[in-house]
Design a binder for this molecule. Structure first.
Ligand code: AMP
Ligand code: MN
Ligand code: MN
Ligand code: MN
Length: 281
């Protein structure tokens, strides 16, 4: 089967490698079809496409859109769209808006528990001023010696109910799917096992996603266990969705799954790249 890795992050969002360094790493790891999927941002797509070309690797354009559904954050990966589509560009720009204010509030929350200068500290790790994220705060808190690693920072400071967590309203599910779709791409539910949904809420997510024109689900990702991959392979079949595969690689120092180093998709599923054959560059 094709070694496709269709989910990772560069310095254009919350990864630590440039698009060029990611392309080289993907190639060295045996990736044959690659997509860079920065959060709410497609500013790295042209660089990624050119780097993939230079490495002799096939490429699909990509992004990972933050969506609010049933009061929680859900990530929708888009693949194979025209990255110059004006409605997509504008929708993502609006989705990024508000991250700076949110980051200031996160910093205020952390100051209340004695952690000072977190906003300025996080900014040192930011590659794209429009894309300050919790990941950048996590890196700063590790540097400051507050926690030993980034998962501990999330657990203690950056998740619901913790001092640095600020509720935020992202894009609507139907808008994210429409932006991707109308730009010629395909929408995919990212890492479904990561959401804290009840079975009813999860059923609603998949049902509404389908109704809005969503076509795929990530089955094999860096954040799914073997059992979770089996479970979402069944969900893909139940809802008639194609299946995607992606490491969600962010950094050599933080990610436990490297680019391309994933199990293959279970048989009997339709890989998303079969539906995107004419969008591969
Ligand atoms: P944001 O878009 O600012 O809310 O940040 C979300 C990002 O934080 C995700 O894309 C992950 O990269 C990272 N993240 C979320 N939860 C965790 C966690 N438990 N451990 C480490 N990183 C996480
Ligand atoms: Mn991330
Ligand atoms: Mn995600
Ligand atoms: Mn991701």
């Amino acid at each position: 089967m094709l070694n496709a890795d269709l989910h990772c992050h560069s310095t254009v969002s919350d990864g630590t490698l440039t698009p060029e360094a990611l392309a080289a790493r993907a190639k060295a790891n045996g990736v044959e079809l690659w997509a860079l999927t920065d959060h709410d941002e497609i500013g790295g797509q042209q660089r990624a496409l050119e780097a993939a070309r230079a490495e002799g690797m096939k490429y699909l354009t990509g992004t990972e859109i933050s969506v609010t559904f049933a009061g929680q954050t859900v990530h929708i990966v888009g693949l194979g769209f025209d990255h110059r589509n004006p409605a997509l560009v504008e929708g993502l720009r609006r989705t990024r808006g508000g991250r700076s204010e949110r980051a200031q509030e996160m910093s205020d929350g952390l100051a209340k528990v004695g952690i000072r200068g977190a906003y300025e500290g996080a900014l040192k790790y930011v590659g794209n001023p429009e894309l300050i994220s919790r990941t950048h705060f996590a890196r700063f808190l590790v540097e400051a010696g507050v926690c030993k690693d980034t998962p501990e920072v999330f657990r203690k400071y950056l998740t619901e109910g913790k001092p640095g967590f600020v509720p935020h309203r992202w894009a609507r599910l139907q808008d994210a799917v429409a932006w991707i779709h109308d730009a010629g791409g395909l929408a995919i539910i990212a890492h479904p096992a990561r959401y804290g949904f009840t079975p009813n809420e999860e059923y609603a997510l998949f049902t509404e996603f389908k109704a809005h024109g969503g076509r795929g689900v990530e089955v094999v990702t860096g954040s799914h266990s073997t059992q979770e991959a089996v479970r979402y392979a069944e969900t893909a079949l139940e809802f008639g969705l194609a299946a995607s595969r992606g490491s969600d690689f962010h950094s050599p120092d933080e990610s436990h799954t490297d680019l391309g180093a994933l199990p293959f998709l279970p048989g009997q599923l339709t890989p998303v790249w079969e539906l995107l054959a004419d969008r591969i560059q």
